[in-house]
Design a protein around this ligand. Structure first.
Ligand code: MN
Length: 206
């Protein structure tokens, strides 16, 4: 997978690959502005402040997430990595977009079909207690896994490559969906750019 390196010792806020109103109505401009411009920016600022000292110098975000002990560095690095993967996977709403390429075959083989996969994934997202993330990830053999991780945890820490994620912290959906987390998760499928997810799957061992 691609590594994220600091520039002059500072991690940067990722640039969104779309305009802030382009995910409407699934993710409103207001939610996106707060989520990316405030929440993610705060994690970036906090991590940069926490990384002072030689221990972490020049290390990639992914390496920090894989090796840091529980605590502030891990929490902020994990949240940056999770949000970078999350925001990079979207495109403007698309009604009938489905998995592409090798990943589509793996989903069909393991889950029966795309709909059954979606149901399992949504259920994992809806039943995650508290704040966290639901993931589709792959092991090195290409086998897929749907997992729930609390707070800022990431499949990388569990030996897997993250492919697709939905953020179930309330800040991700509360302005638009209030308590209706399952409705938000169902709507998010319209935004997934499956070419990006398939690229992550194909590049899992690189
Ligand atoms: Mn978030």
């Amino acid at each position: 997978m691609n590594k994220t390196l600091p520039i002059d010792g500072q991690f940067q806020l990722m640039a969104l690959p779309y305009a802030t109103d382009q995910l409407e109505p699934v993710i409103s401009e207001k939610t996106l502005e707060f989520h990316h411009g405030k929440h993610l920016q705060t994690y970036v600022n906090n991590l940069n402040a926490a990384l002072e000292g030689p221990e972490w110098e020049g290390r990639a975000l992914e390496d920090i997430v894989m090796t840091a002990a529980e605590g502030g560095v891990l929490n902020n690095a994990g949240q940056i990595l999770n949000h970078n993967l999350y925001f990079a996977q979207f495109r403007p709403p698309c009604d009938e977009c489905e998995p592409a390429g090798e990943l589509a075959q793996a989903i069909a083989k393991q889950f029966g079909d795309f709909e059954q996969f979606q149901q399992q994934f949504e259920k994992a997202g809806a039943t995650l207690f508290g704040s966290g993330w639901v993931w589709l990830s792959t092991d090195d053999n290409g086998r897929l896994h749907i997992t729930q991780h609390a707070n800022a945890d990431n499949p990388l820490r569990h030996g897997m490559t993250p492919l697709l994620t939905m953020d179930v912290w309330e800040h991700a959906y509360y302005l638009d969906y209030q308590n209706r987390r399952p409705d938000h998760l169902k709507a998010l499928w319209q935004l997934i750019d499956w070419n990006i997810i398939n690229d992550r799957y194909i590049n899992r061992q690189k």
